[in-house]
Design a protein around this ligand. Sequence first.
Ligand code: PHE
Length: 341
Amino acid sequence: MKELMQSLRDAAIRTISETADMETLEAQRVKYLGKKGELTAILRQMGSLSAEERPVMGQLANRVRAEIETALDERRELLSKKLLERKLETEAVDVTLPAKQQRLGHKHPMYNVLDQIKDIFIGMGFEIVDGPEVELADYNFTRLNIDEAHPSREWTDTFYFTPDSRILLRTQTSPMQVHAMETRPLPIRIIAPGRVYRKDEVDATHSPMFHQIEGMVVDKGVTMADLKATLNLVVEKIYGEGTVTRFRPHHFPFTEPSCELDIRCHKCGGKGCPTCKGEGWIEVLGAGMIHPKVLAGCGIDPDVYSGWAFGMGLERLAMGEYKINDLRLIFENDKRFLEQF
Ligand code: PHE
């Protein structure tokens, strides 16, 4: 039995020292030391030994086990070292390879224009506010004094969510006037930029989604003179000092009086050219004094307070500023186009 154990040890240590990978090494451990392994098999025969021999054999068995374990540990360490070395060799990073190009995006040209306008208004004490694009017809139309028969309410012009025409995608940012008057303390000085939606076919000047900037002031003693002075100032900041403006009478249900603001064409100086379509003037925005009915509908006494409001198309402004001749370019996100700005 002693010889058996010694030859087992010699055989084990030899094979272990020749083992080349971790899986085989583990198989060796099971083969020699496992519950059904060779050492266990020899120890099963202990029963046939005499009482004196048994502890001697037991000690020997422990020593053999310890020796084989040490051999396994040493081999394991060696193999893992070799494994690591091989890994470091094969996975070496070639620091001379050219780096992958990082492609950073940048601000969309239209948002450059929006930022410019925000800055102008912030400088005059206005706050920037945001509001829902999914809107109640009540806010988009009714409370803006737009009557039930008004053509802009037609299903052919407006995206409705519900058959009762109660919920829609806002067709203008003007509902923000009502939201502001409902929620903000007086006086109010805000602009509210955002997306608006109309059922328009896509072409060079139309899109079912575009952006407007709503602006409004409500305070005591606000007059049309304030509207004109403020908007003239804004126009000069956008289009340059000395830009000539014209306030043309117009109609909006929620302002009275209403007007549209034109600037003299900066391209031809008013003689008429393709930029102004021969008109000599370019339309910039719609505006007016907030209708007393709209004020009163928001709980503001029109005998004490008055206000003005305007609504401006953002895409058209950006197109003018960057000389973009097709609205679709703004939304197509073609990098060759966007990278120019
Ligand atoms: N909401 C109007 C439009 O979309 C513009 C406007 C806003 C007019 C505010 C007057 C006052 O055409």
